[in-house]
Design a protein around this ligand. Structure first.
Ligand code: ZN
Length: 297
């Protein structure tokens, strides 16, 4: 790993803990391609390093991650042909047309990336704060444990703002439960950190100013566990949900996600998401995200 532009990577506690920081605070840690490639390299470096036992993933700035980078100048430059195009847009389906190219690119950089991190041979902890929206959820869900600052909130707004049926990595029913997943996707409403804790999605809630210290304390406790036991615990749970259908369900939902993209591409003449002309509010004019249960903080 060299010349990291979009993330930071460090090891702590005699190399036993790797900490990855999404480092685009000015873009609210939106996930452009360069960031996702660097993140994959960082996870694989931590996996390859036999000293590392636990990996922490966090975000610099006001929030963990605002989701896919749909509109920044950086994202446009690396997507469009030219000297600064990211090479990953010329491989893995990047040069193929229409649904084939889109499906291959999303399969590699959104779906398989996220699954690979979920299956990492190390214990992973997502340390989140602020708004965790849409593809921000995917990064968080890929981790084994999620800890969150007070005031964090979670929502997937792709249904209400893009006319899409959720994310490429469709963890929603597994994380929220089936009915809550439908409610949150159909309304774009958010849940607060207390409700996320009650659902079992968030393990621990910390005060914002203590978030990184407390997360590190938790990571150190887990790093003390025998590494074989730690991996077998992770794998026993992951294989249990895989046998309940997790892996196949995510594969199936990914194909529906591609069908939904194709629907919009056909209706708009190429743009793979809903537009205001077709009745889907634009991001900047959509009503604000509401709390699903207004009684909860
Ligand atoms: Zn997509």
């Amino acid at each position: 790993m060299q010349d990291l532009k979009f993330i930071a990577y460090e090891t702590l506690e005699n190399g036993t803990i790797a900490r990855i920081t999404l480092n685009r605070p000015e873009a609210r840690n939106a996930q452009n391609r360069g960031l996702l490639i660097e993140l994959d390299e960082a996870f694989l470096a931590a996996e390859a390093d036999d000293d590392v036992r636990v990996v922490i993933l966090r975000g610099a700035g006001p929030l963990f991650s605002a989701g896919h980078d749909l509109g920044s100048e950086q994202a446009r430059i690396e997507r469009e042909p030219g000297p600064d195009q990211h090479p990953s847009f010329r491989t893995n389906g990047g040069t193929r047309p229409a649904a084939e190219g889109r499906g291959l690119q999303e399969w590699h950089y959104f779906f398989k990336n996220t699954l690979r991190w979920r299956d990492l041979r190390k214990i992973t902890i997502a340390e989140v704060h602020g708004k965790v929206y849409s593809a921000g959820l995917m990064l968080m869900w890929a981790c084994d444990l999620i800890v969150a600052a007070e005031g964090s909130e979670f929502a997937d707004v792709v249904g209400t703002r893009l006319g899409m049926c959720g994310l490429e990595y469709f963890g929603h029913p597994w994380e929220f439960g089936p009915r809550k997943a439908k409610e949150l996707l159909l309304t774009g409403d958010s849940i607060g950190v207390e409700e996320a804790h009650q659902l079992g999605m968030v393990s621990k809630i910390f005060e914002p100013e203590q978030l990184s210290d407390k997360t590190l304390e938790l990571a150190k406790r887990i790093a003390n566990l025998d590494t074989m036991a730690a991996l077998m615990i992770k794998e026993s749970v992951n294989q249990t949900v895989d046998n309940q259908g997790f892996h196949n369900a995510l594969n199936a939902a990914f194909t529906l996600h591609q069908l939904n993209h194709s629907h919009w591409a056909e209706r708009t003449g190429g743009y793979p998401a809903g537009t205001p002309e077709l009745g889907v509010p634009a991001w900047n004019t959509a009503p604000p995200v509401q709390r699903a249960d207004p009684r909860t903080p």
